[in-house]
Structure formats: structure tokens, C-alpha cells
Design a protein around this ligand. Structure first.
Ligand SMILES: Cc1cc2nc3c(=O)[nH]c(=O)nc-3n(C[C@H](O)[C@H](O)[C@H](O)COP(=O)(O)O)c2cc1C
Length: 208
């Protein structure tokens, strides 16, 4: 294949991609009791309200075998459902916390374990940041935008940041601010439009 054709091929969606009408929500940490997981629950409710099929990929549920160094060469079978879920997703909605000024190591490792290039090329992706600090995980969200952009994903520009997250959640782990819930809703609605237009499909009302 000539270099130009090879480059074009790299940028085409992989033939096996986008088979399910489903948003994959990625909870970007494996920390037990994480606030990220609580925010993911809101995002789930929002997609349910929009009648958009969704599924949650919780990094806390990743099989321990994936952390073996041998996984770079050969993925354990137990990781297959995670890899396949990403490859088949209509879009990825990543909720990331900030750890030490960046995304959690486990989230980057998860990305590094995904099938390449089909997990990324032309994959719509959007981001929510969750942090104890004042910047609401701006840093990890921008790192992720860089990584997915580098891999030729379609990055949805509307981001949501949840700074000082402990103050934003009540005892039941629910967001107290209607305004912030509204931002998450507006982001999810816009992202669904983005995915539907890019893929000339209909996610709202699709069978799960
Ligand atoms: C290892 C670790 C490093 C952290 N580093 C930061 C940080 O650099 N900036 C920040 O705002 N919060 C930091 N936090 C706090 C998290 O942002 C906070 O726990 C928040 O609730 C989101 O993470 P969670 O989903 O694990 O709860 C850190 C937390 C952990 C566990």
C-alpha cells in the first residue's frame, strides 16, 4: 500500500467498529468508594432519561490478570469484554478524577490495553472531570483530549468540571447543585447529537 493510502486507511473507522448503539460510560478509577463512580451514576440516569442505551465500564472491575506485564503482548481472555465494549461503542463518555495533577494511572493503563487502532479512530468521546481541587480535573481532561486526539478520535468539545467535589455531593452521593446536573444533561444531550450526526444513526430510543 502506498504511504498516502496507508495513512487514509489508518483514519477510517475499523470495519468491526460501531456495531452497537450504545454509549460506554467509563468510570476512570478503580478506587473503592470513588466520587467518580457517584458522578457516573448521575450520567447513567441522564442517558436513561434520554432513552439512550448505555453501559458502564468500571475500571474497578478490571480483571487482575490484565496487570501482568505479559498483557502488552497477549491480553487475558477476561479483558475481552472491556476491549470489545470500547470497540463496539457508538461513543465513549469518560468520567475522570484528578490524581497527582493528571489522570489516574489505571485509566492510562486501560487505554494502553485497548485494541489499536479500532478503539480510537473516529470514535466520539466526551469528558467529565472530578477533583478535590479547585480546577475540577481540568488537567486530566486536557491530557485525555490530547491522547484521544492523537489517536484520531472525535473529541466532543463541551466538557464538565466538578471542582471540590466533596462539597458538591450530599450524604447519598447525589449532586446537590441543579445547575451542575443541568450541565451534565446539556453535555450528554449535545454528545448524543454529535454521535448521531457523525454516525448518521439514531441513539435515542434505540434498543439496548
Ligand atoms: C492518589 C490520589 C491523588 C490525588 N491527587 C489529586 C490532585 O492532584 N488534585 C486534586 O484536585 N485532587 C487529587 N486527589 C483527590 C481526588 O481528586 C478526589 O478523591 C476526588 O474525589 C476524585 O477522586 P475519586 O473519584 O477517587 O474520589 C487525589 C486522590 C488520590 C486518591
Amino acid at each position: 500500500m502506498c504511504p498516502r493510502a496507508a495513512s487514509k486507511a489508518r483514519n477510517q473507522p475499523h470495519p468491526k467498529t460501531f456495531r452497537s448503539l450504545m454509549i460506554e460510560i467509563i468510570a476512570g478509577t478503580n478506587r473503592p468508594g470513588s466520587n467518580t463512580r457517584k458522578v457516573v451514576r448521575h450520567v447513567e440516569e441522564i442517558y436513561a432519561g434520554l432513552k439512550v442505551p448505555y453501559h458502564v465500564l468500571d475500571l474497578a472491575a478490571m480483571p487482575p490478570e490484565i496487570f501482568s506485564p505479559g498483557s502488552y503482548a497477549e491480553k487475558p481472555k477476561s479483558f475481552q469484554p472491556f476491549a470489545d465494549a470500547v470497540v463496539r461503542a457508538s461513543g465513549l463518555h469518560v468520567v475522570t478524577p484528578e490524581y497527582n495533577g493528571g489522570m489516574p494511572g489505571v485509566l492510562k493503563y486501560f487505554i494502553d490495553m485497548l485494541k489499536f487502532p479500532e478503539s480510537f479512530v473516529s470514535r466520539p468521546v466526551c469528558f467529565v472531570g472530578v477533583a478535590a481541587g479547585l480546577w475540577g480535573a481540568l488537567r486530566p481532561v486536557e491530557q485525555l483530549q490530547g491522547i484521544f486526539g492523537y489517536r484520531n478520535a472525535f473529541v466532543y468539545p463541551e466538557r464538565v468540571f466538578l471542582p471540590q467535589v466533596s462539597n458538591l455531593l450530599d450524604d447519598r452521593g447525589q449532586l446537590k447543585s441543579e445547575e451542575l446536573v443541568g450541565k451534565l444533561k446539556s453535555q450528554a444531550e449535545g454528545f448524543v447529537d454529535f454521535v448521531e450526526r457523525l454516525q448518521r444513526t439514531r441513539l435515542r430510543g434505540a434498543a439496548a
